[in-house]
Structures are given as structure tokens and as C-alpha cells.
Ligand binder design. Sequence first.
Ligand code: 8ID
Ligand code: ZN
Length: 353
Amino acid sequence: MSYEIPETQWAQVIERAGEQNTYKQIPVQKPGPDEVLINVKYSGVCHTDLHALNGDWPLERKLPLIGGHEGAGVVVAKGDLVTEIQIGDHAGIKWLNGSCLNCSYCEQADESLCAKAALSGYTVDGSFQQYAIAKAAHVARLAKDIPLDGVTPILCAGITVYKGLKESGARPGQTVAIVGAGGGLGSVAQQYAKAMGLRTIAIDGGAEKGKICLEELGSYAYIDFTTSKDVVADVRAATEDGLGPHAVLLLAVSEKPFEQAAAYVRPRGTVVCIGMPAGAFLRAPVFETVVRMINIKGSYVGGRKDTSEAVDFYRRGLIHVPFKTVGLSELQSVYDLMAANKIIGRYVVDTSR
Ligand code: 8ID
Ligand code: ZN
């Protein structure tokens, strides 16, 4: 099988720091020996892409840069060393575009900690273009019965929250608070949690997000941080014994909830930090952290094994991500909604328009 690959393609390019994306035609690149070229059909828009655009983090990005790290499409070319993936296979581009596969972290399938990891849409060009390159060893392998639009949010949001839930140590039957529940990561987190036998308390702002969390995403309680007079008391009260949830997944893009979580998680509970608001710090009282034996930790995307497991949950019909599709040319309108916290679930861009 072979595909006709054009010389040029449409892409959203961040040319310089402080500028918005430019939608323009650029050359299609050729894959290196251990890489594949993917004809990206759809790409989810993660809040990380907005952080990259705004230069929010103390981590240098490539410039000019093509963002995007939830891309799903068809492999149309491959390097000489690639034997496990065939032209025509479906594959996904994720945040971890590649890693050294040689360090002690890579050896243990903990690739997100590899010091040489290449990051899609950040240190290498990502999936907001029609043809994108990724290391063959790292692409998500997608069976052909998996819809290429619906799977995109799994490629970052899904992998990340699935890994975060594992890192939380929460066991079936226990309760996890999902903070930022109405957003991209939050909406899938509730469903992975449910599929893993966990109960969830959703925390976000506004009645519309609450309705979806309770009626469609599987949470048994919703706390609206914009109207609650005491979020800590309300979260504790939402648990059967009033002691608070066993774990907290912090997915919000603001600092305040990172401070509240250590106060409402139950003794010996675990707070997992995943959202990365610009310039934010963790603050928890030492005394209570000690005498309540609170565990506060970070969790960063997931490796190849987490990826295949997270995709398998989706393929089995356990995860229904609410998403809306717009053209790649309309990417900025998605960022505008995201900056105003008006997105429920994910926006997915269609690279054909
Ligand atoms: O590997 C990682 N750790 C990783 C992977 C992927 C994404 C981390 N992230 C980070 C992103 O960079 C971003 O900082 O996770 C964060 C969430 O990404 P997202 O889900 O793509 O963002 P979103 O769709 O905008 O959702 C954020 C939600 O947080 C709510 C908002 O209303 C929105 O629904 N929120 C905010 I802002 N403040 C809140 C608060 N105080 C809150 N929800 C509850 N309480
Ligand atoms: Zn992401």
C-alpha cells in the first residue's frame, strides 16, 4: 500500500513568542529512520497547547512551533528501521513523541521521566498540521474499528488521568474527588474512575458542567466552586462517613484548589497534582500533613503501556468523551473558549478544513 504525499500542507504555526497561531501552508517533512509520518485526521485541543502558546511554563519550547499532541490518523510513510508498523495502520501522536528507550526510566516503562524525551507540540512539532512525524516506538497503536475523532482526547487526557488514577492508589469502592471535572481531563477522569470501580465527586464551576458530570459522566456528587461557601466542608460532607475522599485528582488550571485538596482529602489519602497552572505553588500546613499522613504527589502523562491500556478502555466502550469538532483553521476560537473556562469536555480539530 502506498499513499500520495503532497509537498505542502496546512498547519497552525506559532512563529514567535507572544504571537497567536498563523494558519498557513508549509512543507511536509520526511520521517527519519525510526520515525513514521502520520496523516493526522483529527487532533484534540488540550489546555497544555494553550500553556505552550502563552509560554506559561519554565520549560523552553521550540520556535517556530506547531502545537498539538492528541493527533489521530493514518501512517503514510515510515523510516527504514520501522518494522512493527505498516503503511496504512492507524496511529496516534501523544505528548511523549519519543524517548531514549535506554535510561533507567525508559527501561521500566516510565518514559515520561526520560531526560531526553521529545514532547509533541512543545519541543518537536505536533499534530496541528495535516502530516506529523513521531517516533515509531512511541505512537499509540489504534485498531481500525476505533473512531479517529473520538479517540483523540484519549491520547493525552485519557492516558494522563488513567495513569493519575493508578498513581492515586485508590481501590475499587473508594472515592476520588475530580477537580476540574467539566474540562477535558476531568470529563474522561470520571469515566476511567467509574470503569475502575471508583466513586467520584466532581468539582468545577457552573450548573451546566454539574448537570453533565452527574447525568453523563458518572459522578454521584457535584460541588460548584463558584457558589460553594466552603469547598473543603462541602467535599468532606459529600463522602458517606464525612472523612473526605480517599484521593484527589487535581486537574484545574488555577492554584487555589491545590491548596484546598490537602485539607479535604481523608487521613492517609493521596493528592495527585496533574494540572499545571502558570507560576503556581503547592501549599499545605506541615502539621496537618504529618498527623493526617497525607500523601501529595505529581503525575505526568503516561508511558507506552499506560497508553495501550487507556486506549483499550476506550475501545471497549467504557469511555465516552463529550467533544465538539471544528476546523483546524478555527483553532484560536477554541483557545478563546478555553481561556474563559467555557469548554465542557474537549474540542477536536478536523485537519481537512
Ligand atoms: O501530564 C500531565 N500532568 C498533564 C497532561 C495533560 C494536561 C497535565 N495537563 C494539564 C494541562 O496543562 C492543564 O494545566 O492539566 C490541566 C487541565 O487540562 P485540560 O483538562 O485540558 O483543561 P480544561 O479543559 O481547560 O479544564 C480545566 C477545568 O478546570 C476548571 C475549569 O472550569 C475547567 O473546567 N477549574 C478551574 I480553571 N478552577 C477550578 C477550581 N477552583 C476548576 N475546577 C474546580 N475548582
Ligand atoms: Zn495534553
